[in-house]
Design a protein around this ligand. Structure first.
Ligand code: AHR
Length: 321
């Protein structure tokens, strides 16, 4: 038998070992959610519930309060309950092999939502529904490079949770995008843990260290919530965010559109909160006839600017996030 046939056979039999007859409506899915650190995270949770309800899926959500150990406990509990599939939004990238190995042994497919993991064994999960987070950072960096072309610009960066895949990748993408622009200097970079409160605190310390904010030309935040915290800190320091200091971030939550419409933010890169919809579809197809989804189901990343901010705010403000 050719190597290709052998490989196809292996993939197929592995698929069948996970496959059952459960239709979407009969499924119970456990979702180990990180917590509610940001508006985007709250939106992902509520969209997941809506998408589950549409399909008649029983979705059990466990809030890990930002702790990996709680996520591991929740996954073990879902395995013990014999759920049809497990969704995990992994708070950090490392340390998942053992527990995901237990899910694999129990023949429960796992789907990663919005963040990826570091593992040598990608058979530990069925698929990952995420954006290209390196690209998101690059989009932010390219936007800034165009905006400040020909001018010197000192940038401060608010990083997401240390060790999380979006924090690692959004930094990488941004750094790569500005690398060839010698006018742009990253002068400070610190984690704000994806929260508004910490984003504000860290921005206050950046302002203090950088001449009351006068040395800062732009803030790049790995999410909108930290950016909203930074906007407050800049205003309290007597400067105008969006004018004195350029503001670019990621997520596209309603509050950042409000800030853009008010002239206090300049750009955001959208991350859809609907990660669960494609994940439910992938699991349903897999359970129905063993269809193996691609290892990465990529969601779109789109740049938004102030010209459409008011309309985007109006369209999103009642979505509950
Ligand atoms: O993993 C996605 C990131 O996690 C979002 O950008 C951020 O808001 C959230 O906390």
């Amino acid at each position: 038998m050719s190597t290709r046939k052998l490989l196809l056979g292996a993939v197929f039999s592995c698929a069948l070992s996970f496959a059952g007859a459960a239709a979407a409506a009969d499924m119970t899915i456990g979702f180990s959610q990180i917590g509610s650190e940001s508006g985007w995270r709250a939106a992902e949770t509520s969209v997941s519930k809506i998408e589950a309800e549409k399909r008649g899926i029983d979705l059990k959500i466990a809030d890990a309060q930002q702790k990996q150990e709680n996520q591991i406990k929740a996954i073990r509990s879902f395995i013990a309950q014999g759920v049809d599939a497990i969704f995990v939004a992994p708070v950090v990238a490392t340390g998942w092999d053992d527990v995901l190995g237990e899910a694999k042994d129990a023949e429960i497919p796992v789907v990663l939502l919005d963040r990826t993991i570091d593992t040598k064994d990608d058979s530990l999960y069925l698929t990952a529904v995420t954006s290209d987070t390196v690209h998101e950072g690059a989009v932010a960096g390219e936007w800034l490079a165009k905006e400040v072309a020909g001018k010197d610009c000192n940038v401060v960066e608010l990083q997401g949770t240390v060790g999380s895949s979006p924090a690692i990748n959004r930094k990488k993408g941004f750094d790569e995008a500005i690398a060839s622009h010698s006018n742009i200097k990253l002068i400070r970079s610190q984690t704000g843990d994806f929260t508004r409160t910490k984003g504000k605190e860290v921005m206050e310390s950046f302002i203090k260290a950088e001449g009351g904010g006068k040395n800062i030309c732009a803030v790049y935040a790995h999410n909108d919530d930290m950016q909203i915290g930074a906007i407050q800190a800049i205003k309290e320091a007597g400067l105008k965010p969006g004018t004195d200091i350029l503001m670019v971030s990621i997520d596209a939550v309603p509050d950042i559109f409000k800030a853009m419409a008010d002239g206090e933010a300049n750009a955001t890169v959208e991350l859809t909160p609907n990660m669960a919809g494609p994940a439910f579809d992938a699991v349903a197809a897999f359970k129905a006839d063993g269809t193996v989804p691609p290892k990465w189901i990529q969601t779109e990343s789109k740049l938004y600017l102030p010209d459409t901010a008011q309309a985007e705010y109006e369209a999103r403000k009642d979505l509950g996030y």
